[in-house]
Design a protein around this ligand. Structure first.
Ligand SMILES: *[C@@H]1O[C@H](CO)[C@@H](O)[C@H](O)[C@H]1NC(C)=O
Ligand SMILES: *[C@@H]1O[C@H](CO)[C@@H](O)[C@H](O)[C@H]1NC(C)=O
Ligand SMILES: *[C@@H]1O[C@H](CO)[C@@H](O)[C@H](O)[C@H]1NC(C)=O
Ligand SMILES: *[C@@H]1O[C@H](CO)[C@@H](O)[C@H](O)[C@H]1NC(C)=O
Ligand SMILES: *[C@@H]1O[C@H](CO)[C@@H](O)[C@H](O)[C@H]1NC(C)=O
Ligand SMILES: *[C@@H]1O[C@H](CO)[C@@H](O)[C@H](O)[C@H]1NC(C)=O
Ligand SMILES: *[C@@H]1O[C@H](CO)[C@@H](O)[C@H](O)[C@H]1NC(C)=O
Ligand SMILES: [Cu+2]
Length: 575
């Protein structure tokens, strides 16, 4: 744990640009520090796939700077918006206890930082360690505005596994040749699905299976026999991904900054928003091996980006001879629709030991999650380019979430501004139907609203998230802000409240902050509502959140200051 730097000479090529850039800030860190950072959100020329285009970045870096802190540290990040778009910043997976003001989703916990504006996010890491990340939470800006957020244990606290000397953040991303904000704008105009990306990326680089990307392919040097830690983050906008390393097994030790019982695997499935920490031992013949990622796509008949991004795991001894580097060995990745592999992988996650799962449930919630289609009065209009002259929609419990514009939910709540939201989000679907069967077309059009579900401080909550087959079934990576939760069960088809709870794992279920609904199935989660504030729950595919696949919890204050939301900072942006 002493050295976080890649103190290595690259072998086959001259520079390890991307890896060095990412690890630049990972120098040794003292105990309980306050870290001051300035994030300038600005247009920056970025060259990918043969063309240079302006993209919104933080401090001109893509991916953005890595934040490296310790459990117990405080972060003070002054965000200066020098871009032409509204922006907010989210610290994905940080619990932000009593402090929704630092959470970031626009119009939920704050108004956006407008062009020319600034806002300083202040928060303390309380009892969390592992791999998280930060990203813009404003329309589709996070396509290029994201970075790793690594939390080391407090000084003197060991990892529950042998700490490798070398560790590498691996940020999976998605790249559009067109400005992602224009891709979003076009789909919001037409009502059709947004154009798919042109490439996936590893640490910002597509890799050498794409044109013009050969020289910049990310390289990770290893010594034969050593074990390194990969901190894998899916920062792609809209795509779950399979990830594998040719000829190498991986040992998963944590996910979403929560330790897991270690298990080995040949392939990882990771949804947007999720992180996975992997131990990798260089125990193969010295050579060059691809690490690669490509789509896990569950929607039926949907267009998706069918390309493969690569980086190269390079045994140093394989490169010493000064010869032309050999072509890397290709990784085996599952087929794009291999739900069996994805499901088997997700089922392997366990907490390291017995955990304290809530068993007395105060709120037994059942939320349908899925698509819808809105009919048009003029189906031939350019604004109705969805299937058969409709517009795509999405909802939870048939409510397509409408984000307020006048103010944020949290500001309205704190200041008692009426008329911004209601607290009647339904605990169960307003209509029972065969959720994963042949749903009658008349039920496909959701209602709209800004509905919250109210929870008393300290109450225990179970949510069954049930995918629907309206338009298509799909794996929706559902993210809850302000919390992590136990994943106690999952299955295919309709959840059966009589028989399925008996199969729940109440001993050592994994904890996560983002979990996918199996396509045409359900997943059950539990948590204690011990963090007051308004917390968004949404699909982490940004193509879906903008269709309304979201809702929010209003967790009331408990007793006294230690169970209440702190006052908002003076510089909180106003709408
Ligand atoms: C989306 O794709 C269509 C079809 O390829 C193309 O005509 C259109 O210009 C694209 N729009 C954007 C914003 O990428
Ligand atoms: C994806 O690409 C591979 C080859 O790169 C091809 O074999 C496969 O059919 C494609 N799948 C889809 C769904 O387009
Ligand atoms: C996956 O898609 C291919 C077509 O690309 C199809 O032949 C195959 O049956 C599908 N597999 C599953 C499990 O749906
Ligand atoms: C669109 O219309 C065609 C022909 O009526 C029908 O077969 C298809 O299922 C419809 N698609 C949707 C998504 O409604
Ligand atoms: C939308 O249009 C479809 C196909 O024309 C129809 O079956 C359905 O009932 C309509 N839905 C509503 C809510 O009007
Ligand atoms: C959703 O609400 C709309 C509007 O009230 C209704 O037409 C539709 O049938 C509902 N669908 C479901 C699945 O509840
Ligand atoms: C930016 O935010 C302000 C304040 O909420 C809002 O009035 C404005 O419309 C937003 N601009 C865009 C382009 O969304
Ligand atoms: Cu989704």
């Amino acid at each position: 744990m002493e050295t976080f730097k890649l103190g290595v000479k690259p072998c086959c090529y001259s520079l390890l640009l991307a890896v060095f850039g990412l690890l630049a800030s990972l120098t040794s860190i003292a105990d309980a520090e306050t870290h001051y950072h300035q994030f300038v959100v600005q247009p920056t020329p970025v060259t990918r796939l043969c063309r240079t285009r302006n993209r919104i970045t933080v401090n001109g870096q893509f991916p953005g700077p890595t934040l490296a802190v310790r459990n117990g540290d405080t972060l003070v990040i002054r965000v200066i918006n020098s871009a032409q778009y509204n922006v907010t910043m989210h610290w994905h997976g940080i619990r932000q206890l009593q402090n929704p003001w630092a959470d970031g989703p626009e119009y939920v916990t704050q108004c956006p930082i407008q062009p020319g504006g600034t806002y300083t996010y202040r928060f303390t890491i309380i009892d969390q360690e592992g791999t998280l990340w930060w990203h813009a939470h404003s329309r589709w800006l996070r396509a290029t505005v994201y970075g790793a957020l690594i939390i080391y244990p407090k000084l003197g606290t060991p990892y529950p596994f042998h700490m490798p000397k070398r560790e590498v953040p691996i940020l999976l991303g998605e790249w559009w040749n067109r400005n992602p904000m224009d891709v979003l704008r076009q789909s919001q105009f037409t009502g059709a699905a947004p154009n798919v990306s042109d490439a996936y990326t590893i640490n910002g680089q597509p890799g050498d299976l794409y044109r013009c990307s050969n020289k910049e392919t990310v390289r990770i040097p290893v010594d034969s026999g050593e074990t390194i830690l990969l901190r894998l983050i899916n920062s792609a906008l809209n795509q779950e991904l399979f990830f594998a390393i040719a000829n190498h097994k991986m040992t998963v030790v944590a996910a979403d900054a929560l330790y897991t019982k270690p298990f080995t695997t040949q392939v990882i499935m990771i949804g947007p928003g999720q992180t996975t920490d992997i131990l990798l031992t260089a125990d193969q013949k010295p050579a060059r091996y691809y690490m690669a990622a490509r789509a896990y796509e569950t929607a039926q008949n949907a267009a998706f980006d069918n390309t493969t991004t690569t980086a190269i795991l390079e045994y140093k001894s394989a490169c010493k001879k000064g010869l032309q580097p050999s072509r890397p060995i290709l990784s085996q990745l599952p087929a794009f629709n291999d739900t069996a592999t994805a499901t088997a992988f997700t089922a392997k996650f366990r907490s390291p030991s017995k955990v304290d799962v809530p068993t007395q449930i105060d709120h037994n919630l059942f939320f349908t999650v899925g698509f819808g289609l809105n009919n048009c009065t003029r189906p031939n209009s350019p604004r109705c380019q969805g299937p058969n002259g409709t517009r795509f929609a999405a909802s939870m419990n048939n409510v397509s979430f409408v984000f307020p514009r006048r103010t944020s939910l949290m500001q309205a709540y704190y200041q008692g501004v009426p008329g911004v939201f209601t607290t009647d989000f339904p605990p169960v679907p307003p209509l029972q139907f065969d959720y994963t069967g042949n749903v009658p077309r008349g039920l496909w059009q959701p209602s709209t609203g800004t509905k919250l579900y109210k929870l008393k401080y300290g109450s225990s909550v179970q949510i069954v998230l049930q995918d629907t087959s309206i338009v298509t079934t799909e794996d929706h990576p559902m993210h809850l802000h302000g919390y992590h939760f136990y994943v106690v069960g999952s299955g295919f088809g309709n959840f059966n409240p009589q028989t399925d709870p008996a199969k729940f794992n109440l001993i050592d279920p994994p904890q996560r902050n983002t979990i996918g609904t199996p396509p045409g199935g359900w997943v059950a989660i539990r948590f204690i509502a011990d963090n007051p504030g308004i917390w968004l729950m949404h699909c982490h595919l940004d193509a879906h959140i903008v269709l309304g696949l979201a809702m929010a919890f209003l967790v009331e204050n408990g007793v006294g200051a230690s169970q209440s939301v702190i006052p908002p900072p003076a510089d909180l942006p106003r709408c």
